[in-house]
Design a protein around this ligand. Structure first.
Ligand code: SF4
Length: 389
């Protein structure tokens, strides 16, 4: 069985007002604090990796938070430990590190590459200072450009950038300018997300009290269309709702989630997707403690950061997840693969939903019963997914 490993590093220079990830503000990361955190990561890794019985490591993803706030020697230790625990690594093992633009992190890029990182995901979000400021980001466009250039100088030839749109006060013209600037950088991959208001964040509170002006629904729909159009024209194929890549540069790690392949998550707030076994024929998932101190305490006590027993998936839940996760991708939901797992093609379970979504122009159904989002379905993907869960 092959495995993907996700490592969550919660530290951020400052907390962005829209973020609801498991994060900890750490403008400076003291050496002792970092060493204690990395020791806990290694300990959780040691304890949980063998339980998966993986024979091959397919991907390793260090996300956050801001994993590039770790020193390169810390990143090297994590990579080395994971690789040692699953000796047979995929020949094209993808090792991704999320990086935020800052001077300190920029200087570390060559050492990250030496440590074994071969793919960077840079949190640019925008190349417009006004948009970055309104998003509450710690960096500005010049730092973003400098980080991208430093990545190239360090020899990274697989670089993804994040684009966040529908930001407060952002116009369609401002988004157009951002898209042109992103295309001009010529990354291999773009992850593009519309800003969403997450419960309990400062942005959500400000929006509810009328202190935050966000683009309206029609404008956001137009922005979604514009993102797909402009990135498509710049040579990026949309292979998933939010993911655009040049041929051959699709994220191997993220693909695992859409295909429901096993992923071990270590670190605070990380999720694991466990493979099927006798007492969980449709697999299971497990969440780690989100709170850093609670996670550290759990790992110290028993080597595992999970906050409870695995959630065993029942057949209906697994079927719904298999459907909407596959429908996120341009390849869509393959009827034969679906039938091999659930005994019959999608129509046997979702006939009404399929008929209605096809009639509404949101879904295409192939002659074998395979399903794919239409271009309009990509724009209204949440409406489609809701019919399968
Ligand atoms: S840098 Fe990313 S992970 Fe950190 S607070 Fe901002 S949005 Fe959240």
């Amino acid at each position: 069985m092959d495995l993907g490993v996700y490592v969550h590093v919660p530290f951020c220079e400052r907390i962005c007002p829209y973020c609801d990830f498991a994060v900890v503000r750490a403008p400076q990361l003291a050496r002792e604090r970092e060493d204690a955190f990395v020791a806990a990561l290694l300990s959780e890794c040691e304890r949980r990796l063998p339980l998966f019985g993986a024979t091959r490591l397919a991907s390793l993803y260090l996300g956050g938070g801001t994993p590039s706030r770790l020193r390169a020697d810390s990143v090297a230790r994590v990579i080395e430990r994971v690789r040692r625990a699953v000796p047979a690594s995929d020949a094209a093992l993808e090792v991704t590190l999320e990086v935020n633009p800052s001077t300190t992190e920029r200087a570390r890029l060559p050492a990250f590459r030496e440590a074994g990182v071969n793919r960077l995901s840079i949190g640019l979000q925008s190349l417009d200072d006004a948009t970055l400021k309104r998003l509450g980001r710690a960096h500005r466009a010049a730092e973003g450009r400098a980080t991208f250039a430093a990545a190239r100088s360090a020899g990274f030839d697989d670089v993804s950038v994040d684009l966040l749109f529908a930001a407060p006060g952002q116009s369609l013209a401002a988004l157009d300018a951002d898209l042109a600037a992103f295309a001009a950088l010529a990354p291999q991959h773009v992850s593009a997300y519309a800003l969403t208001l997450e419960a309990g964040t400062p942005f959500e509170r400000a929006a509810h009290s009328g202190r935050l002006a966000l683009p309206g629904d029609d404008e956001v729909a137009e922005m979604l269309e514009r993102v797909a159009l402009r990135l498509g024209a710049a040579g990026f194929a949309r292979y998933e709702v939010s993911s655009f890549a040049r041929p051959g540069f699709e994220s191997r790690h993220n693909r695992r989630y859409w295909e429901r392949r096993p992923v071990l998550g270590i670190g605070p707030g990380a999720w694991s997707s466990e493979p099927p076994r006798a007492d969980a024929p449709f697999g299971a998932r497990r969440a780690n403690e989100r709170d850093l101190d609670a996670w550290l305490a759990r790992v110290a006590a028993g080597g595992e950061g999970a906050s409870g027993p695995p959630e065993v998936l029942d057949e209906a839940t697994a079927r719904g997840e298999a459907s909407f996760l596959a429908l996120r991708t341009a390849a869509g939901l393959d009827a034969r693969r679906f039938a091999a797992e659930f005994g019959a093609p999608p129509r046997a379970f979702y006939a009404d939903a399929i008929d209605e979504l096809v009639a509404a122009g949101l879904l295409d159904e192939g002659c074998g019963g395979s399903l794919r989002l239409t271009p309009r379905g990509f724009l209204l993907s949440d409406t489609v997914f809701a019919r399968f869960v």
